[in-house]
Design a protein around this ligand. Structure first.
Ligand code: HEM
Length: 377
């Protein structure tokens, strides 16, 4: 699997793509070191290849595309309302949303891991958290998914998290006058110290940025995780049966699935100063990509890394990134992955992928299945 990445790791650990003019680090040690060195490898022009190239104005608060000190201030602000405790308290809701997706298929013999669960449950969860009515969630997700994967080669997360943000404006305005106990209300009412040291509430535009960031960053990636769960466990029936017999193995299996198939396989950075690597100079102003999906398959860090093993002891994979931009939603993503698999296994322990009708999405930001129909046993 992934012979190109293996060759890069073994033969060109610092790779340069002449045609598209970017560098790549594919080994675990190199990618993780670069992810923690934000002074050199910057996100402020975007952390997606196409965004850095396009030289786009980035809205304030889009922490994925910010550097310290701004990043830290904005991240702390978001982290104050979007806490792991709050995420974990969602478990009963996540279970309910998952059951609602799965129950109609009990006895039906077929089920699509992505269309029927992966594309639904994470959207319901984040929608619930933000206080977006269920009746409107579908339309929002469709538009996000379309801007993320819709036809264009350069489809990217940036579009998903910004271009279609206008659809949230109405909710924000409405919520401002009708407070509830959701995250949007908290963002609207909490007071924060801004860059100038002033204590104030967020503006509507700032709330909009946070809301679109959360819904954009949290949906597609988790959809991919659920797709890969269906696929990898179809390919490893013994491990699937073992999981069905002992569901306490589920959390570790989710970590292994995340390691094995990183839903967000590449992070990009702008290189702020000349760097010496493997006897070469990477000049300031270059674009560096960090291939976390390749790093996760690096035998130097994970013994026999191409072997999928739900029992593997994983210290740290790079699927949620590393360093100051480490995924803010990791606790929620893990919860969703764990509950999804647990609920699937409560209903079915046998499935096979209907490969003829399965289709894949590949963009520079996500990698996974768009359709993954399965025959259930
Ligand atoms: C950041 C992956 C789910 C919100 C990141 C980064 C990665 C990532 C790799 C770092 C990007 C970089 O360094 O440039 C994933 C994966 C997920 C997932 C694989 C699911 C399996 C979620 C969820 C949410 C979320 C559910 C929220 C609802 C964020 C935010 C950031 C982020 C806000 C930016 C953090 C920062 O820049 O400080 N994610 N994510 N993610 N993620 Fe996730």
């Amino acid at each position: 699997p992934y012979p190109v990445w293996r060759r890069m790791r073994d033969e060109q650990p610092l790779y340069y793509n002449e045609l598209y003019k970017f560098y790549a680090l594919s080994r675990y040690e190199d990618a993780s070191a670069a992810l923690t060195d934000w002074q050199t490898y910057r996100s402020g022009r975007g952390s997606i290849l196409e965004v850095i190239r396009a030289n786009i104005d980035i809205p304030s608060g889009m922490i994925l595309f910010e550097d310290p000190p701004r990043h830290d201030l904005h991240r702390a602000l978001l982290a104050r309302v979007f806490t792991p405790k709050k995420m974990l308290a969602l478990e009963p809701k996540v279970r309910e949303f998952t059951a609602r997706c799965l129950d109609p298929f009990v006895g039906s013999g077929t089920f699509d891991f992505v269309a029927d669960l992966g594309a639904q449950m994470p959207m319901r969860t984040i929608g619930y958290l933000l206080g977006i009515p269920e009746s409107d969630q579908e339309a929002i997700r469709d538009r996000q998914a379309r801007s993320l994967t819709g036809g264009q080669e350069s489809a990217d997360l940036y579009q998903a998290v910004t271009v279609d943000s206008s659809m949230f404006v109405d909710y924000i305005d409405w919520r401002a006058n009708n407070p509830s106990d959701d995250l949007m209300t908290e963002l609207l009412t909490a007071e924060f110290t801004d860059e100038t040291g002033t204590l104030r509430k967020l503006t509507r535009d700032e709330v909009l940025t946070y809301v679109t960031l959360l819904s954009g960053a949290g949906n597609e990636t988790t959809t991919r995780l659920i797709g890969w769960t269906g696929k990898l466990l179809a390919e490893h029936p013994d491990q699937r049966r073992e999981l069905a017999a002992d569901r306490s193995l589920v959390p570790n299996a989710i970590e292994e699935i995340l390691r094995y198939e990183a839903p967000s396989p590449i992070q990009a950075r702008y290189v702020a100063r000349d760097v010496e690597l493997y006897g070469q100079t990477v000049p300031a102003g270059s674009i560096m990509t960090l291939l976390n999906a390749s790093a996760n398959r690096d035998d130097r860090h994970f013994p026999d890394a191409d072997h999928f093993d739900i029992h593997r002891r994983i210290d740290r994979h790079l699927s949620f990134g590393y360093g100051i931009h480490f995924c803010l939603g990791a606790a929620l993503a893990r919860l969703e992955g764990r509950v999804a698999l647990d609920e699937i296994l409560r209903r079915w322990s046998e499935w096979e992928i209907d490969s003829e009708n399965a289709t894949m999405d590949r963009t520079s930001t996500t990698r996974g299945w768009r359709r993954l129909p399965a025959f259930l046993g």
